[in-house]
Design a binder for this molecule. Structure first.
Ligand code: KIV
Ligand code: ZN
Length: 516
């Protein structure tokens, strides 16, 4: 009997396409933490970045590929020799390297954007796959905008790059234009018309512009794709990518019908979702499938009644199967360092040494102020005390004093360290946060614009920590800053300073434009 391949490879691109979400840029330390969680989750491939695009990306790919064990480690590369060489430069010496090279194949892209003939695109693709094969065995090729490419040309391209040595062929729905039926038919067409397709795995990479990324990926799998490219929480360029947790739970929950498996440890899905949301500052919508706050909350009386009688009445997924069983109350003022470290590890943060000391010290101070310390508090502490350690801090908040209220004109006095020198200034504003921000902006002389300011109580109660997120823009660079504190004005100032430091980092590590 013919051996049927029922294993879907999960290719995670949270650190590459996911990082292309506006404001989601992560520093190297943050990427390493996410990569370790992805390895725990059991993804087959981690796309760690686009090595040629910036020194920061190169370093992230290099460190992840060398320091994280388990999955295949991959760098994106355009069909350009400098990209292929940079990808190899970052990956060489690691245990399971892959180069993922891509070129557009649709006439819309070739004619209007790249001014490239079909023949020239095919020649470059073959040449660059061969160049990558000169370095390593595992080469993936993507036909960008495949879903809007004339099928006959797509078949020709795929056949040629497989002959050149590509062993994974990725079919992106780059602009999220496909429908499940047409996308499934495209995959079927490739299987039927590309003579050497048996030598490669078909992969898909679907964007979510019409909200169909998961449905299109599923349809592709039903029609023979065996690798799915996806991201945690579905983050990514524009409306994002196929959501990893959704596609994985579809295969698990409907194994009866689909007969397909992944190698994912689903109990790590919820911690992974929390980790990525906390690091990127991109909130998960409450009604999001699988990992949203309401995904397992039953409101109606009829549903609650059914659940009390038998869980199967209204629950198709057990919350524990995605790692949601634990109690939300974790630690308090009597908890020791060991318990704190264990809780951090459960949340996906493997932190030791000096970083652990700092985080534990801050935890103790918080536990003294608050009776109960929740997971969200711990995540905020890690954000504040550990993750930003890797961010070069040009600016540091040293002191903040604000005055406000019903009768006083809000004003602030702030001391900020700028390049090692403490500068103090006074300023006023419409409210205490505005006063603090105006004063800080004056000290650091920023040209940035505040696009968004939001404050959240991390947990319930008036003693809760406030978590502030701000989005800043300068010359097209968008960054997100976060800060937390039991005093929301201090949290606001910390978030602003964090964003200003990220802006400095981003300006230095400017990514190359994707131009073929
Ligand atoms: O959406 C896309 O086409 C991509 C490719 C680079 C795979 O991200
Ligand atoms: Zn993409």
């Amino acid at each position: 009997m013919k051996n049927v391949d029922t294993r879907i490879r999960i290719f995670d691109t949270t650190l590459r396409d996911g990082e292309q979400s506006p404001g989601a840029s992560m520093n190297v330390e943050e990427k390493l933490i996410v990569a370790r969680q992805l390895a725990k989750l059991g993804v087959d491939v981690i796309e760690a970045g686009f090595a040629f695009s910036s020194p920061g990306d190169f370093e992230a790919v290099r460190r992840i590929a060398h320091e994280v064990e388990g999955p295949v480690m991959c760098s994106l590369a355009r069909c350009k020799h400098e990209d292929i060489d940079a990808a190899w430069g970052a990956l060489k010496g690691s245990s399971k390297p892959r180069i993922h090279t891509f070129i557009s194949t649709s006439d819309i892209h070739l004619l209007h954007q790249f001014k490239l003939s079909r023949e020239e695109a095919l020649r470059r693709a073959v040449e660059m796959v061969e160049r990558a094969r000169g370095y390593l065995d595992d080469v993936e090729f993507s036909a960008m905008d495949a879903s809007r490419t004339e099928p006959e040309y797509l078949y020709e391209m795929i056949e040629a790059v497989i002959n050149a040595g590509a062993s994974t062929i990725n079919i992106p729905d780059t602009v999220g234009y496909a429908l499940p039926e047409t996308f499934g038919a495209l995959i079927k067409g490739i299987k039927e018309n590309v003579h050497n397709i048996g030598k490669a795995i078909i992969s898909v990479h679907c964007h979510n512009d019409l909200g169909l990324a998961v449905a299109n990926s599923l349809s592709a799998a039903i029609n023979g794709a065996r690798q799915i490219e996806c991201t945690i929480n579905g983050i990514g360029e524009r409306a994002g990518n196929c959501s990893l947790e959704e596609i994985v739970m579809i295969f698990k929950t409907r194994k009866d019908l689909l007969g397909l498996d992944t190698g994912i440890t689903t109990e790590q899905l919820y911690p992974a979702s929390r980790l990525v949301s906390s690091i990127t500052g991109i909130m998960v919508q409450p009604n999001k499938a699988i990992v949203g706050d309401n995904a397992f909350a039953h409101e109606s009386g009829i549903h609650q009644d059914g659940l009390l009688k038998d869980k199967s009445t209204y629950e198709i997924i057990r919350p524990e199967s995605i790692g949601l069983s634990r109690s939300t109350l974790v630690l308090g003022k009597h908890s020791g360092r060991h318990a704190f470290k264990a809780r951090l590890a459960d949340l996906g943060y493997d932190i030791a040494g000096e970083n652990l000391d700092k985080a534990f010290e801050r935890f103790k101070a918080l536990a003294d102020k608050k009776k109960e310390v929740f997971d969200e508090d711990i995540e905020a502490i890690v954000q504040d005390e550990v993750l930003r350690l890797d961010l070069p801090e040009r600016y540091k908040l040293l002191r903040l004093y604000v005055q406000g209220g019903t009768d006083a004109q809000p004003n602030a006095e702030v001391t900020v360290e700028v390049d090692g020198k403490a500068i103090t200034a006074k300023g006023a504003g419409d409210g205490p946060v505005d006063a603090a921000y105006n004063t800080i902006a004056g000290i650091v002389k920023t040209r940035s614009r505040l696009l968004k300011y939001s404050v959240n109580a991390i947990t319930g109660g008036t003693d809760a920590q406030g978590e502030v997120s701000v989005r800043l823009e300068e010359d097209g660079n968008i960054v997100l800053g976060q800060g937390s504190h039991t005093d929301i004005i201090v949290a606001s100032a910390k978030a602003y300073i964090n964003a200003l430091n990220r802006l400095e980092y981003k300006k230095k590590d400017k990514k190359e434009m994707l131009v073929l």
